[in-house]
Design a protein around this ligand. Structure first.
Ligand code: KG4
Ligand code: ZN
Length: 373
């Protein structure tokens, strides 16, 4: 994007020639306060996440003021812990990467200001990162780390970095984006949701079914033992486009729940019925996400498929894409699917190594689309 405070990264420098660097990443775009240290965009040295899920669960969703206050309370202890876990001082860090957006303004500002303070106090370069780009780079983090989780293939070897060009599906609570990545930091948006994000659909349907927030993991759990095709919910194929729509599906679940409740006025839904509804809903989402992503990879000659964001933790989606893909599929480890700062540090590494430097006057960008990068 054309931002006067930003020195843009250099285009087309081969990744193999990039200099080594240790990046401290900071993430506060939503309801996770996170800091992490990642070396060379792949080796995770630490990964600290203070989740606010329990605080927000009672509201059935995120309460922005509560989120912002909690970020302020824990941000510095979280950063200290990330440095301590990596056995590093701030002096041994090469740059500080922070999420500028998209996200909740009052949450973003806490991370961005903390990053500016550290950059100024420690005389370190500052690199602003887009949260969606960070989700994409979670799939690059794959080497054994000192304190983070090891990630390797069946032979015990570190997984290889994704090959480009690739097709990426980013599915989170706020976004559903299908993107062609032609080179590092180069994105062509193919499509996205026209209404609810995939994760948002999981959260709303969970509420309808009387399940807790965040809905995704609870729907996945409830679906175990349920019948995928007990209810034939609609799939919005939106032919001739790479877009998605989940609001019709959500309304169909709502209608079905209301009519089932009317049939059993004495009490709520039976557990078996909830399992069938959860499994049928999950299957409808998985079918559309899988078919469109696989078709896009075929249509655009993708050498790989990458799925990232909170919904990429969904086991049914992971299995379906892996079984249907015509090319290798890169999925972040479960711990890096939902919001974390290791992914911010990984994306920040590529931006830093390719020359991006941001001024201390950068602001948050709450609605920053990938297409403006
Ligand atoms: O990426 P993320 O942590 O935050 C955003 O950037 O939005 O994604 C959170 C979303 C929530 O909507 C949550 O319900 C969903 O990811 N999610 C899942 C699963 N785990 C988290 N959705 C489906 N299945 C899961 N296992
Ligand atoms: Zn996210």
């Amino acid at each position: 994007m054309s931002d006067p405070q930003t020195q843009a990264p250099e285009a087309n420098k081969p990744a193999a020639e990039l200099p080594p660097a240790r990046i401290l990443g900071i993430e506060t775009s939503c309801d996770e306060t996170a800091a992490a240290v990642v070396e060379n965009g792949r080796l995770m040295l630490s990964n600290v996440i203070a989740s606010q899920v329990d605080l927000h669960a009672r509201y059935g969703g995120i309460f922005p003021e509560v989120a912002s206050r909690e970020h302020v309370r824990v941000i510095y202890p979280v950063i200290d812990q990330a440095l301590q876990d990596a056995h590093l001082d701030l002096a041994e860090i090469d740059a500080i990467a922070v999420t500028r957006g998209p996200g909740l303004p009052g949450s973003l500002v806490v991370g961005v200001n903390a990053a500016k303070g550290l950059a100024l106090g420690g005389n370190k370069p500052l690199v602003g990162v887009n949260h969606l780009e960070a989700h994409i780079y979670s799939a690059w983090i794959s080497e054994q780390s000192a304190t983070g989780q090891a990630r390797s293939n069946a032979a015990g070897k570190p997984t290889k970095p994704p090959k480009l060009p690739l097709v990426a599906l980013i599915v989170s609570g706020g976004h559903t984006e299908l993107v062609l990545i032609t080179d590092h930091l180069k994105y062509m948006r193919l499509g996205g949701t026209l209404d609810d994000a995939a994760g948002e659909a999981f959260d709303k349907v969970a509420r309808l079914l009387g399940l807790n927030y965040p809905g995704g993991p609870h729907i996945q759990m409830a679906a175990v033992g349920g019948e995928d095709h007990a209810y034939e919910f609609p799939r919005a194929w939106l032919r001739d486009s790479w877009d998605f729509s989940f609001s019709g599906l959500k309304t169909a679940v709502l209608r079905t729940v209301r009519s089932l409740e009317a049939e059993t006025p004495a009490g709520g839904l039976r557990m078996r019925t909830v399992a069938d509804l959860a499994a049928s809903f999950q299957q409808a989402v998985v079918d559309v996400l899988t078919v469109k992503t696989v078709k896009a990879a075929e249509a655009f000659g993708g050498k790989a498929i990458l799925v990232a964001g909170g919904v990429s933790a969904n086991q049914a989606l992971r299995k379906a894409i892996q079984s249907k893909a015509p090319c290798p599929v890169h999925l972040p480890p479960l711990s890096l699917c939902t919001d974390n700062a290791a992914m911010v540090a990984a994306a920040g590494y590529f931006r830093f190594a390719l020359g991006q430097r941001d001024g201390l006057d950068i602001d948050v960008l709450p609605t920053w689309p990938l297409s403006e990068l």
